[in-house]
Design a binder for this molecule. Structure first.
Ligand SMILES: C[S@@+](CC[C@H](N)C(=O)[O-])C[C@H]1O[C@@H](n2cnc3c(N)ncnc32)[C@H](O)[C@@H]1O
Length: 468
């Protein structure tokens, strides 16, 4: 990628007269400030700034990589910035820290020449924070540029008393907080921990889903998409999916294949006739697939969501289905249901979770979440699963789903809620998805980006027996 930016004079960045910052770096800086100062979501912030600024395709691609990559790598860059500056990042003005992170990403992870990375970041510092910080930014970035990323990791690992073991070194090298490395190490064979972490740093492709009964994969393929790997409803595409008529008309949408597979498993399980329920529906990806699958079985479908604005997104996701009953999408707290116990034949509880399985799509989230987030979510996850089970009729099936592989959000919740209750039976999820290899965690499904190219979705299917 050819970087926008200053010419050779930038090598004397500290002394020369600053230039106007280029539009791509300015956008990346403003987006980063919105994420850090205003708690914005990286994908939403970036999308809205790109729409507002109308950069050229090349500049938009540069700004996207600079911003998203900086968000993803920031914890490791902070360690490098502390070493290079000899001070804690807590003593730096937050906007200056963001400038140093952006400069670090250009120096250590993008193919931007050192003089251009330093010079353009100094220009950005002068235009945004003020000339008084340009000397500091220049000096720190020059030190950082003296080594490549691997050399910084090995220097810090060998110098630092903070780096206690090889997991710490792996955390620094792959830019993950240590608690996430520990969670992965508990879940995976030792030789797969690094590939799994590395996969979180790779760009996820755009995966599409066709709404059953409204479009066929063949239509997407004839418009330039490739067939998906596992799901019969999936296709992948490069470029803007909104250009496809099926997507624009709500007959297809963007959805990771992992999400498709867990919905498919629920639809394939044996269950009595009767209505289906999505207990935690917003923004509606799984609802849109399940609504089509339910229609194929002549089953009524209800999507329930606690947040009104997310319920509106569910309605939008379902807009392709003709004559959708307005009662198909309701706003309700799934832990205090407004429906009778035992009403539904199939229920999906895709509960709020840390999203540790979708880190490749949410660049900032690994640094925002903490080990405490996992504990904080646990009571809601168990309450929602309990509620899903109460909503299910005898013989019916509940899918408990997370886009996190963390044990506390998956197996521990099942153990706690299902335990050895004789009225509940765990179904073999991988057996319902024979097209997917290497995804069995006992009777549960656990997908992984490095194995399946999907998000790390977890799914458990539970049948409510007729008698206890
Ligand atoms: C992981 S997301 C669901 C994703 C969705 N199934 C999809 O595929 O698009 C979890 C959802 O649960 C909702 N939620 C949180 N607490 C809830 C509750 N008590 N009752 C119902 N929904 C809840 C959140 O607002 C969020 O939209």
């Amino acid at each position: 990628m050819t970087p926008p930016g200053p010419g050779p004079a930038a090598g004397r960045a500290g002394r020369r007269r600053p230039r106007h910052p280029d539009a791509a770096r300015l956008l990346a800086f403003e987006a980063l400030r919105q994420v850090h100062a205003d708690d914005g979501y990286a994908n939403l912030v970036l999308g809205s700034l790109l729409r507002e600024r109308e950069l050229s395709t090349r500049d938009a691609a540069f700004a996207t990589e600079l911003f998203s990559g900086t968000c993803r790598m920031q914890g490791s860059y902070d360690v490098i910035i502390e070493h290079a500056s000899g001070r804690s990042t807590k003593t730096l003005q937050p906007a200056v820290l963001d400038l140093l992170r952006l400069g670090s990403h250009q120096l250590l992870s993008m193919r931007v020449a050192d003089h251009a990375a330093v010079g353009a970041t100094v220009d950005l510092a002068a235009a945004t924070v003020g000339r008084r910080v340009t000397g500091l930014v220049n000096a720190v970035l020059r030190k950082i540029g003296a080594r490549d990323y691997a050399a910084w990791v090995s220097k810090i690992s060998s110098d630092s008393p903070d780096i206690a073991d090889s997991w710490d070194e792996l955390a620094l090298r792959t830019a993950h907080p240590r608690w996430i490395v520990d969670a992965y190490a508990e879940l995976l064979p030792v030789d797969q921990v690094e590939p799994a972490l590395v996969a979180n740093n790779l760009q996820a492709g755009t995966s599409l889903v066709v709404r059953p009964g409204l479009a066929e994969v063949a239509e997407l393929i004839s418009a330039g998409a490739e067939p998906g790997r596992f799901s019969p409803y999936a296709a992948t595409i490069s470029g803007d999916p909104a250009r496809l008529a099926a997507v624009a008309e709500g007959r297809a949408g963007v959805q990771d294949e992992g999400s498709q597979l867990v919905a498919l498993a629920l639809a394939r399980a044996e269950a009595p006739d009767g209505p289906w329920l999505d207990l935690c529906a917003g923004p509606g990806g799984k609802s849109a697939l399940l609504a089509g699958l339910a229609r194929q079985q002549d089953a009524p479908f209800v999507a329930s969501e606690v947040a009104p604005h997310r319920a509106r997104l569910v309605r939008t996701a379902l807009r392709g289905y003709p004559a959708t009953d307005p009662r198909e999408v309701i706003v309700a707290d799934g832990t205090r249901p407004s429906w009778h116990a035992g009403r539904f034949a199939r229920v999906i509880a895709d509960v709020p979770c840390t999203g540790l399985g979708a880190l490749r799509r949410r660049p900032e989230s690994r640094w925002r979440r903490t080990a405490d987030s996992v504990e904080q979510l646990h009571p809601l996850q168990t309450a929602l699963l309990g509620s899903a089970l109460r909503a299910t009729r005898p013989g019916g099936v509940v899918a408990y789903v997370t886009c996190s592989p963390h044990r506390r959000e998956t197996v521990d919740v099942i153990d706690e809620v299902v335990g050895d209750r004789p009225d509940l039976e765990l179904l073999d999820v991988p057996a319902l998805l024979p097209e997917v290899d290497d995804a069995a965690l006992g009777s549960f499904l656990q997908l992984w980006p490095h194995r399946h190219g999907t998000d790390a979705m977890f799914a458990c299917l539970i049948r409510v027996r007729t008698t206890s």
